[in-house]
Design a protein around this ligand. Structure first.
Ligand code: GLU
Length: 288
């Protein structure tokens, strides 16, 4: 795995441009390890803004000055293949409801944020990938026995996130008798669940597994384990981007060279989660 030096992370977290660059050398896609010359300089030395989640442990998570998770690691790998050193990446929070707008406004160059490829989203943005396939599931209290799938939610209080496919699917297919509470992020939904304010939280199984396994929630919650959708995680790009092919090549290389497997294992360790092996690793779709 790549080494995340404090220097790099401090840079990624904050003002990448505050340090004046000294070396002019392009990093050419390879992490420069302990190199002292700063890649914000000179030819090809532009930084890249990547949208991630900040509150999804194991996927996209801000831990002080550090960013961790599968999406973050995949983003670093892909950005590396595109020629960006780790210290040229600026991670920006992209909550579910803001992703399309952030790409449209140029607030970020690309998004790796448990971002499902959908036709509706493809109307306004482009996607590369997918690089992972998850499934929508339910998170409940560890002693709950009556919630076993979306058809058992009648009369229940359910939490999901605004702008997600998860909330949309409930509204489209399972709304009858379900009281849906929407929050900006899943961590907020989990807080409501632990506090007894809702009976269940719904989103992708891998997200729920990461949230359930945090120290604060250990032993309190369980993922139902009955996925009822296929969520194809893509790399969000502005409409008309010319990066899709190169990103797909990077994803394919990451899968072929064994990195994908390593990153999944590392980031799901201790959660009890295993990806659906019939669907993973996926093959990227053709670019538009
Ligand atoms: N993958 C789903 C989506 O893109 C749910 C997870 C999320 O909100 O990031 O909406």
């Amino acid at each position: 795995m790549r080494k995340h030096t404090t220097r790099m992370l401090a840079l990624a977290a904050g003002s990448a441009l505050a340090l004046s660059a000294c070396g002019g050398a392009e990093v050419g896609g390879e992490p420069t390890g302990g190199a002292t010359d700063d890649a914000t300089a000179g030819g090809g030395g532009e930084s890249i803004k990547i949208g991630i989640k900040f509150d999804q442990p194991g996927l996209g998570y801000q831990d002080g000055a550090e960013f961790t998770g599968f999406d973050v690691d995949v983003a670093r790998y892909v950005a590396g293949e595109l020629g960006y050193g780790e210290d040229q990446i600026e991670f920006v929070e992209s909550i579910s409801a803001n992703r399309e707008t952030m790409l449209q406004n140029g607030d970020v160059d690309m998004i790796f944020a448990t971002y499902s490829i959908t036709d509706a989203r493809k109307e306004v943005i482009d996607f590369a990938g997918p690089y992972f396939i998850a499934g929508q599931d339910l998170l409940v209290s560890v002693d709950n026995t009556d919630i076993t799938g979306p058809e058992t939610l009648e009369g229940k209080n359910l939490c999901s996130v605004t702008g997600s496919t998860s909330a949309q699917k409930i509204k489209d297919n399972h709304a009858a008798g379900v009281n849906l509470l929407e929050r900006p992020g899943y961590a907020e939904c989990v807080t409501a669940l632990v506090a007894g304010q809702v009976d269940a939280v719904t989103t992708d199984d891998i997200i729920l597994a990461g949230l359930a396994a945090t120290e604060a929630n250990a032993g309190k919650l369980k993922v139902v384990g009955n996925p009822f959708s296929e969520e194809n995680y893509g790399v969000g790009l502005p409409k008309g981007s010319d990066q899709c092919e190169a990103i797909n090549e990077a994803i394919t290389k990451m899968i072929d060279d064994g990195t994908w497997e390593e990153l999944v294992t590392k980031n799901t360790e201790g959660t009890g989660y295993t990806p659906n092996a019939d669907l993973n690793p996926p093959t990227p779709d053709d670019c538009a």
